[in-house]
Design a protein around this ligand. Sequence first.
Ligand code: RIB
Ligand code: CA
Length: 314
Amino acid sequence: MTKPLPIIIDTDPGQDDAVAILLALASPELEVLGITAVAGNVPLALTEINARRICELAGRPDIRVFAGAARPILRPLKTAEHVHGQTGLDGPVWPEPKMPLQKQHAVDFIVDTLMTHEAGIITLCVLGPMTNIALALIREPKIASRIKRIVAMGGGYFEGGNITPAAEFNIYVDPHAARVVFEAGIPITLVPLDCTHQALSTAARIEKFRGIKNKSGPAIAAMLSFSERFDEQKYGTDGAPLHDPCVMAWLLKPELFQSRDVNVGIECESELTMGATVVDWWRVTKRKPNTTVCRSINAQGFFDLLTGRIAGLP
Ligand code: RIB
Ligand code: CA
């Protein structure tokens, strides 16, 4: 077997972040160097605790969890308790985590890890607002050329937005951070709503998780049964989009996705379209392609991968 791919997961758990982290911890192809929490779905004080809860659910109290930015670079923090509940992980009853939070700031962990590891081998999996990543790039610009790739869930083009008509939540919360990241010249894969809206956690798929004979399967069923209700009502669909695990799935089975290398810019001026990802899908401008944008996913193949891997957890 080839050496596992070293990754850092930057996240704002969030039920879908939880499934993404569990998928990563269940996949020997990936080596989780650390998990960095950021404010997003719920405030940082909760996202860092939730990250530790998820590691303990997976039987991995050895994973190092770091707390990062408590608010976006410029704009006030906007959270999403209406989707994720007051704890950010509503659904199951969670014990208080026993594993420690690391003392080092998440931004320093990201910089130090990239500066001390061989250049070009670490992938950043970005599942929330990009504040930590942007701050790391500002703190130490040299890391830009040392990052193998950023694979991020965020943005939307054909599907519009989910927090405003124009913007997807992760980008909307910190559009300035997203702009720093997209303009840094780093290889980026973006998994936007155009793709994740095809990955619906239908009732049948949730039952599949519930039937897995371990702790993680039923916990995922309980999490998704809670977090899906808002989107089911909004979209009138059987099941809600399962956003963040698509990032890990792209690393594990990229053949599940169709994508195109195009230019992506971030709207940071107009309040009407703040945080919009302006995707030059038809290449009508001369702007250089800076992103591999995923347009579609083999949804059943994604859920088969997911349930198969989750079944391997304790
Ligand atoms: O818009 C969906 C994204 O926003 C997901 O990452 C979800 O966890 C929230 O952070
Ligand atoms: Ca997230």
